[in-house]
Design a binder for this molecule. Structure first.
Ligand SMILES: NC(=O)c1ccc[n+]([C@@H]2O[C@H](COP(=O)([O-])OP(=O)(O)OC[C@H]3O[C@@H](n4cnc5c(N)ncnc54)[C@H](OP(=O)(O)O)[C@@H]3O)[C@@H](O)[C@H]2O)c1
Length: 436
């Protein structure tokens, strides 16, 4: 039995949009036989009508007027795969006001306006789905939202940016510098000509905010995420990590922290490079792959692994959302909508880590003592120290015991003021515990 077609308005026909058009047109009979839904592409909005499109994109469906698409009364679902804030936000809002459900892959928009957009969807009795916004083709958002809906998730630790994971993998495995690894990522199309969004951790931070919101049921925004990128990571850091059975990964960490006297939990969300034990499942995630490690009270440990970007994997996640939205429209239902209260954010300053710290100093008697005294005065206890001769200078490499971030930052500020301290050449937090 064939259903009435569900009409789609697609905003954007780039990497994701064109791949989506392909899998819908080529997979029509599979989609219908597996889901009962018949999808019809009604219009595809683009910025520039004169750009060459892949051969499977029907020319007669292209339009330069996305506003006409979102207000077209014959369209049921708007798929926003254009990216950016403006006009994507207004178009999504207009679509919801016009009683259409929305599927989007737009992490930047959701990390700033996710709750506002969800509220509008709730009020309009429509869905906003965004499986593709975090970790591309990996079915993660729905797992957190639906399968783990009532789980007390304690921590979500993810490698959610394929570009930086590729760069760090090349540094670890081929021993090439950060700038050579970046060049290789650019040649392969993993990194943009302007790589800032990836290498400075902005992309991962947007995803971390979305993950934390879903995992903990609170409204976490991009501005709540502490962010540090990978540009300062060196081959020396990798060499140290390797000697101690670790590697380096850019991690997005979302944590639910209960403190005494606080009935609600606090949330910590941060993105930074971290030393990860080679025995941790995330250490084996190589190249441009993504993985997200979830720890919950009842479920224990879960790991989601796959391609976090790319036209087809991302379009696959978008298509799954479209099918859900189509089903709900047909049966007059929506997903389970919940208002998310504001999150209480715990600043990274308050967290405890072990730290790897490398400082170049003048190689003179007494300098180690001066540096160690500053650590001690700030209650930062040193677990191990290595000294490497560098001619006139020496490199002091410390692993601290667990210490508060603010105490370590204060220590480093004071060490920098010592005449013998030349430069801080390594500062990386440790995931878990180094105890050798
Ligand atoms: N690429 C991935 O692997 C990936 C993974 C996960 C999530 N996402 C998200 O998916 C979204 C799309 O990414 P993408 O890589 O497909 O981007 P893209 O290749 O740059 O494509 C963007 C498309 O949107 C169209 N567009 C942009 N501004 C427009 C406007 N004002 N009016 C009408 N059309 C407009 C562009 O039109 P023209 O073609 O005429 O320029 C283009 O077709 C983004 O939110 C991105 O963050 C992407």
């Amino acid at each position: 039995m064939s259903s009435i077609p569900v009409r789609l308005g697609i905003l954007g026909c780039g990497n994701v949009g064109a791949s989506l058009v392909k899998i819908i047109l080529e997979g029509q009979s599979l989609i219908e036989s597996q889901t009962g839904e018949v999808l019809e592409i009604a219009a595809i909005a683009v910025r520039n009508l004169s750009v060459d499109r892949p051969p499977w994109v029907p020319r007669d469906l292209l339009t330069g007027d996305p506003f006409a698409v979102v207000t077209d009364p014959t369209i049921d679902i708007i798929v926003e795969v254009m990216g950016g804030y403006d006009p994507a936000k207004i178009l999504i809002e207009e679509a919801l006001r016009s009683k259409k459900s929305v599927v989007t892959a737009n992490k930047s928009l959701l990390s700033d306006y996710g709750e506002e957009i969800s509220r509008l969807a709730r009020n309009q009795g429509r869905d906003v789905f965004f499986e593709a916004a975090v970790a591309g083709g990996i079915p993660l958002i729905r797992s957190l939202k639906v399968s783990l809906a009532a789980e007390r998730v304690r921590r979500v630790t993810g490698i959610v940016n394929g570009t930086t994971n590729y760069i760090l993998t090349r540094m670890a495995e081929d021993g090439i510098s950060y700038s050579d690894a970046l060049k290789s990522a650019q040649e392969l199309g993993y990194a943009e000509a302007d790589p800032v969004a990836d290498v400075e951790g902005f992309d991962a931070s947007a995803k971390a905010a979305i993950l934390a919101s879903i995992a903990f049921g609170r409204n976490v925004l991009l501005q709540d995420v502490s962010r540090e990128g990978i540009t300062a990571v060196t081959l020396d850091d990798f060499a140290f990590a390797k000697r101690h059975g670790y590697t380096l990964k850019l991690l997005a960490i979302c944590e639910w922290i209960e403190t005494e006297g606080n009935s609600d939990g606090k949330i910590s969300v941060r993105v930074h490079p971290a030393m990860v034990s080679l025995t941790h499942p995330l250490a084996s995630v190589r190249d441009a792959f993504n993985a997200v490690f979830v720890e919950g009270d009842a479920v224990g440990e879960l790991m989601f692994y796959g391609r976090g970007a790319g036209g087809l994997p991302t379009a696959s996640a978008v298509l799954g959302d479209i099918i859900d939205a189509a089903h709900n429209l047909r049966f007059g239902s929506t997903e389970r909508h919940m208002a998310r209260p504001e999150a209480q954010i715990l600043a990274i300053d308050e967290l405890e880590y072990q730290f790897y710290i490398a400082i170049d100093v003048s190689d003179r008697p007494g300098v180690l003592g001066q540096v160690a005294t500053v650590f001690g005065e700030n209650n930062v206890s040193i677990m191990s120290m290595e000294q490497v001769g560098l001619g006139q200078e020496a490199r002091l490499i410390f692993i601290t015991h667990l210490a508060k971030e603010h105490a370590v930052q204060k220590t480093l500020g004071e060490v920098r003021k010592l005449a013998a301290a030349k430069r801080l050449v390594g500062f990386i937090r440790v995931l878990g515990k180094i105890d050798n």
